[in-house]
Write a protein that binds this ligand. Structure first.
Ligand code: ZN
Length: 60
C-alpha cells in the first residue's frame, strides 16, 4: 500500500516583515502594508495608522 502524502506548500505569508506605509491621496490617507494588505482611505491620519496597527496586530 502506498501512502504518499502530498508535500505541504511553503507558506507564502511571511510571519514578519509587515511594514506600513501611508499614501496620501488628496485629503485622504490610505495605509498599505508590504505583505499586500491595504486599508481604506481615511481623512484622519491617526485613524489610518490605527487601522494599520490593527492589521499588524492581527497578522502577527
Ligand atoms: Zn501586513
Amino acid at each position: 500500500m502506498d501512502d504518499q502524502g502530498e508535500p505541504e506548500p511553503p507558506q507564502t505569508v511571511p510571519e514578519t516583515g509587515h511594514r506600513i506605509s501611508l499614501r496620501e491621496r488628496g485629503p485622504f490617507l490610505a495605509p498599505s502594508c508590504t505583505c499586500g494588505w491595504y486599508g481604506p482611505a481615511r481623512r484622519s491620519r491617526p485613524l489610518a495608522r490605527q487601522e494599520a496597527a490593527a492589521h499588524v496586530a492581527a497578522a502577527t
